[in-house]
Design a protein around this ligand. Structure first.
Ligand code: RUQ
Ligand code: CUA
Length: 670
């Protein structure tokens, strides 16, 4: 048999005595014992651990990766990934290090399993909040989830997510992992630089992207420089209500550069917001008659502008009425921002992307898609330069701080740097799109003595976009694990046709220097998830069942009108038939509902089961209705019984041995 030696790859492992590492050492010892006993039975994948390793041709690294990620049945993951669901319009919840997908959260897109947008009035009301000028928009391109924070650390209460396509932001309550609210940005048809939260979640940042006239009213594109504008919106979050409060929110008009990502300052830079931009060239696209395409036209200059925004001061200006009204929404005019010193620019090299604030809030890290460096700006230097008074302005009159005055360091990493996260060892990790790699580099003082240098890279497969380390964009990153969000997965998985999945790769970053190990590949098969945040699982405290029978997830309280056991009934009032129905394993009460064609039907449900996981469905074929009623939950559907006939409803969750008997008749007399 093939003999493999433990620890051959990286002497000195494990370096840190995390629980997982201790468990791994024990497991490795068992495997070693099995190996040394040499009692392989050969032939196929059976026998003890060493036989299996040999039969499957697993290397030491493979075995180590398996031991780092294997999570026995019943054992929960240490971390939870909150991932955007890309153009599925949803959010994914994934355990780490097992990389098991735990659930999707329906957000902007109807989703039948969760009964999201299939008759349930409360869910349709949330989806309708995302309508754009009355038009139903039933897909979204979710980009950046933002977990709520307290003092710059994830607090496990809420998560926000933006829809790049529709310029919308959603609020998800992490007590039940359900979407509670969608707000449509009133002044921008699309967005990109959202969502990001301020350290105590007072504000949710939604930055724009492709400039249009504010409110996307028509203006000829020849008037681009004068009439088209960028924007950043600050949504005020009411934590007690668990909702964004549009009446306390405002936006800032920006020059028609294409604002890209943003991040909120923290600790020393708390109260400031940083957004990068591209297309300061003001390119407006090639036409059939010629001209430069955007990819060239928007990349011609050597620099674009980092936007440095004094959010606290901007909020004061907005509260004092220093705004104009665009589609009913308060917007601070660009000239007011200039006059009040709310906005400064700093040049950023070559098609910048990503703006990530270091854990202490002291440094701002910008990547340049076409520049092999990350550029690190000092918040202190930026403040000093603002204090000194910049002498230059851009064509719109916005003061420009020189790069030399603001820059702390540049570190050459490789080709196509995009995004940066941090760990607890004073390292930054930056995705390299063109190199298909993750670079680890050290921050300088006060993070590491020997800083501002590349430590090593690890290849990823392939074309990495975002990157996430455990709690890696907070004031206290955990390190230990990194997830690479790779756009391409060519050759990694069986190709089920020409459309390939995205590939999330889990990387062990507990070592130092160039010591990083790829542990696991997770194909994501239903969209292009864009960014994830990784929260320690013990910070989450979700409901196991709804706390009381008759609980309404929309209000997070008991609905007094919820059907109660023993009080089920059907009432007719003119042409309206109202039903109060309960569900319990394994029957509905009542099991027959008879109406006349044309009646208005208002149908209330309560799942009166209290056992965890005893979810019931209500599927009414022909009427496009499906509900998911979790233990304790109440919901209402309303529809016109416009088709006559005999319709059978049934429970669409396999809830019990007599689940097939959980059904009923809906009779609509012509
Ligand atoms: S940014 S293209 Cu998250 Cu790299 Cu959207
Ligand atoms: Cu209830 Cu199946």
């Amino acid at each position: 048999m093939r003999h493999w030696r433990l620890g051959a790859r990286s002497p000195g492992r494990p370096r840190r005595a995390g629980l997982a590492v201790v468990a791994m050492v024990g497991a490795l010892a068992l495997v070693a014992a099995a190996c040394d006993s040499g009692n392989g039975n050969g032939g196929g994948v059976s026998g003890d651990a060493s036989d299996i390793a040999e039969a499957r041709n697993l290397s030491d690294d493979d075995i180590r990766a398996a031991l780092m990620t294997y999570t026995p049945s019943g054992v929960h993951d240490e971390y939870i990934l909150i991932a955007s669901g890309g153009h599925a319009g949803q959010v994914l919840v994934i355990g780490m290090p097992s990389m098991r997908i735990l659930r999707t959260i329906a957000v902007f897109t109807p989703e039948p399993w969760q009964g999201w947008g299939y008759g349930n009035v409360a869910t349709e009301e949330v989806l309708d909040q995302g309508n754009i000028e009355g038009k139903e928009i039933n897909w979204a391109d979710t980009h950046h989830p933002a977990l709520s924070e307290t003092e710059g650390d994830y607090d496990g209460q809420f998560v926000f997510i933006n829809d790049k396509a529709g310029g919308r932001v959603a609020t998800i309550d992490l007590r039940d992992f359900e979407t509670k609210q969608i707000v449509k940005n009133p002044i921008a048809i699309n967005d990109h630089g959202g969502t990001f939260v301020t350290p105590n979640t007072e504000w949710i940042i939604e930055g724009g992207q492709y400039a249009t006239p504010l409110g996307w009213d028509y203006a000829p594109i020849e008037n681009y420089n004068e009439q088209y504008r960028g924007m950043v919106t600050f949504w005020s979050f009411d934590r007690d209500a668990g909702r964004i409060d549009p009446s306390q929110s405002f936006a800032m008009e920006l020059p028609p550069y294409w604002q890209d990502l943003c991040d909120a300052g923290k600790l020393v830079s708390d109260g400031w917001v940083f957004c990068n931009s591209f297309n300061t060239e003001l390119a407006t696209g090639a036409t059939l008659e010629g001209g430069e395409p955007f990819e060239a036209g928007a990349s011609a200059r050597d620099n674009d502008y980092l936007h440095v925004i004094n959010l606290n001061r901007a909020a004061e200006v907005a509260a004092a009425g220093g705004t104009t009204d665009v589609k009913g929404f308060p917007v601070i005019p660009l000239q007011t921002s200039i006059d009040e010193g709310l906005l400064h620019f700093v040049p950023e090299p070559k098609s910048p992307h990503g703006v990530d604030i270091a854990p202490r809030g002291d440094y701002i890290v910008i990547s340049g898609k076409l520049d092999p460096h990350v550029t690190i700006y000092s918040f202190e230097k930026i403040m000093a330069a603002i204090e000194a008074g910049p002498t230059e302005t851009d064509d719109y009159g916005v003061p420009i701080i020189s790069l030399d005055d603001a820059m702390e360091a540049q570190v050459e990493l490789g080709l196509g740097p995009l995004h940066t996260n941090f760990d607890d060892q004073g390292y930054g990790y930056t995705s390299l799109f063109l190199d298909s790699a993750v670079a680890r580099w050290s921050l300088g003082d006060p993070y590491r003595e020997d800083g501002w240098k590349l430590e090593g890279t690890i290849p990823v497969h392939y074309n990495i976009g975002h990157i996430a380390t455990a709690e890696g964009d907070t004031v206290s990153p955990d390190g230990q694990y990194l997830v690479a969000l790779n756009k391409w997965s060519i050759d990694r998985f069986f190709p089920a046709g020409p459309l390939l999945p995205q590939n999330f790769q889990l990387i062990d970053i507990s070592g130092e220097g160039e010591d990083m190990q790829l542990l696991y590949d997770l194909p994501i098969p239903d969209a292009e998830p864009h960014y994830v945040q990784i929260i320690k699982a013990d910070k989450l405290d979700p409901f196991l069942v709804y706390p009381e029978i008759g609980y309404d997830p929309a209000t997070m309280s008991v609905d007094p009108n919820a059907p109660k056991q023993g009080e089920e009934r059907i009432e007719r009032n003119g042409d309206t038939v109202e039903i109060w129905m309960t569900l319990v394993r394994s029957h509905y009460t009542p099991e027959r509902v008879e109406v006349n064609q044309g009646d208005r039907v208002i149908w209330h449900f309560t799942n009166v089961d209290t056992a965890q996981d005893a979810t019931h469905g209500f599927a009414l074929p022909g009427y496009n209705i499906n509900l998911s009623l979790e233990p304790g939950e109440t919901a209402t559907i309303e529809f016109d019984a416009d088709q006559s006939g005999v319709f059978t409803w049934y429970c669409s969750e396999f809830c019990s041995a007599l689940h097939l008997e959980m059904a009923g008749y809906f009779l609509v007399a012509p």
